[in-house]
Design a protein. Structure first.
Length: 236
């Protein structure tokens, strides 16, 4: 680089610095509007004088640290809740395995989910025919060719629970006259060789089951329930 080029570069740098200084003087609240910049700056703290910029930078870092700690505590609490929920799900699966007939299976899962999930309504609907002939089929068996099956076709095929607000027709079919009171829900798909179904968990609270919430444990429950119901369903 020539001497002239070096001089031009120094001049440009000086102009840029001057422009920046003027701008900051004209906008003394700049760092209040853009506090994230302070966290990336390196400013020496000299003793004996008031260095408000350094103090502001320390304040920003302290706030960020507090937010990080708060988020960490939230994650720990979520992990603790998930661990407890997993334990309850495991216990529910064992209880379901001891059920003697479909009525006992449905009664067990209804009572348990209302208690542990704080659900207001729980219902199973199976698009299948019962395999047993010695007792009257329960209301949960809607029939293999029930027209309402099309309302849940996508959910059953994807085999992934869906949370949020369900469609009106789905609510009425699953919960009957109480369907309009359901403000949020989770629909868990059930499936077998040639049949499908839905485990629906509903709440009167619109904030209880939000779209996108974690549903991995409920997906596992759907797999377990499908396996337990298999002997009671006609798969011919």
């Amino acid at each position: 680089m020539s001497a002239q080029e070096e001089q031009d570069q120094e001049t440009n740098t000086a102009i840029t610095d001057d422009m920046l200084v003027d701008y900051l003087k004209q906008n003394p609240d700049f760092f209040n509007k853009h506090p994230s910049i302070l966290a990336e700056m390196s400013i020496p703290h000299e003793h004996g004088g008031a260095v408000s910029l350094v103090e502001r930078q320390v304040s920003v870092l302290r706030e960020q640290n507090q937010q990080t700690r708060k988020r960490l505590h939230e994650l720990i609490e979520i992990a603790r809740q998930n661990e407890e929920l997993a334990r309850r799900m495991h216990k529910l699966a064992l209880t379901l395995m001891d059920a003697d007939d479909p009525k006992s299976i449905f009664s067990t899962i209804y009572d348990n989910l209302k208690k542990n999930f704080h659900a207001d309504r729980v219902m199973v609907r199976l698009f299948a025919e019962p395999a047993f002939v010695d007792s009257f089929p329960t209301d949960e068996f809607a029939g293999k060719d029930a027209p309402e099956k099309s309302l849940f076709k996508t959910i059953i095929e994807k085999r992934m629970p869906l949370s949020g607000r369900m469609k009106h027709q789905q609510q009425v079919f699953l919960f009957g006259d109480d369907g309009n009171e359901i403000a949020s829900s989770v629909m868990v798909p059930l499936h077998g060789q040639d049949w499908g179904g839905i485990l629906a968990i509903g709440s009167f609270d619109a904030e209880r089951f939000q779209p996108g919430m974690g549903v991995e444990l409920l997906a596992n429950l759907g797999e377990v329930l499908s396996f337990i119901l298999k002997p009671w369903i006609n798969e011919d």
